[in-house]
Design a binder for this molecule. Sequence first.
Ligand code: NAD
Length: 391
Amino acid sequence: MIVGIPKELYPGERRVSMVPALVPTLAKAGFEVLVETSAGESAGFSDRSYVEKGASLARHRSQVFTDAEVLLQVRSPGAAGNSGQIDLESLRTGQAIIGLSEPLAEPTMALAVARRGITAFSMELIPRITRAQSMDALSSMATIAGYKAVLLAAETLPRMFPMMITAAGTITPARVFIVGAGVAGLQAIASARRLGAKVEAYDVRPAVKEQVESLGARFVDLQLKTSNTEDAGGYATTQDESFYRQQREIMAKVIASSDVVITTALVPGKTAPILVTTEMVAGMDAGAVIVDLAAERGGNCALTRPDQTVMKHGVTILGPTNLPSTVPFHASQMYAKNVSTLLLHLVKNGQLALDFDDEITKGTLVSRGGDLIHPLVRKALHTCEEVNQSQ
Ligand code: NAD
């Protein structure tokens, strides 16, 4: 069975779905690995390094799409913009594809992939259960985003992060406030602490207080009534507007006294709540920095523009949408581990052997045999069609 690794074509995407070190693992499981020439170059993996580990090289992208029975991508159609649209034409019936594909946000593309007879798995749909932790690409990528957000903030801030007592005077530590202490937020706390900042954090889920404190940060207790803020999967639930209004009012003081605010607050399947208003930005000191990791889903700050640097009231607001790609070596290493673990979970004796009762298989399989089969994606498609009809 041939596993194809196409080069990522999405603008600015530097990650690759497979790293040389994992080629022998796939070979041991009975796969031949076919890598498009220069697929790993922008992540720091040469063609030679893949060949040395036993992979073959395909000179042309079309050869990968023709020969491979399974395609592994970072961004597959749905998450790859125009290049996904082009790849769609190259997919052939019966082929399997595993990648990030945004099926809940782009259900029409998921349907188009289904109609080409593709067995498609979405990495965003990996269930967040202990057994699937090594496949959890969202957590891997959020870890990198949290780390890199702190570096961006440190680079942009006109102050240093650590406290220093020098002959030229005492430098006070930067005050960093992290909103949302999920995977990215906790990593941001740890990274900001390592750089010596004074860190505070808040999350609607009170359960994270202990984790925040164990990383050496102060949990800001907003004294908000927070019942039912967490669903069975450990995710935040959506709150009504009056909750968000109260949250903004109480948080305004903390934000005004922070040098850096890193926002990561998301509710699965929803637009990100606005937690930092224009007035709150105006209340911050000149030179302060906001890094909004929720930018891709609308942003937690009212002034955020995706992938742009906005300067307002002397405050710099950054809205990066693909930070993992800026650390392509380790992002690829982690993603390749996630995707290959899922692939190995799906095969027996070198062939796809799908167990439809298995939570991981069932949870990630979007389409098969010409049909869109994932219930959540079907629901998203239905909603999307209703909206289109009403327009
Ligand atoms: P996420 O990216 O959906 O959200 C980021 C954070 O924002 C969450 O902690 C959420 O509570 C918080 N948030 C939402 N609305 C907010 C608001 N108004 N104010 C402040 N914070 C707000 O979440 P995530 O980081 O992907 O994961 C969240 C949780 O999921 C984890 O902490 C964990 O409990 C669970 N999880 C479990 C596994 C596993 O078991 N394998 C893996 C990953 C995550």
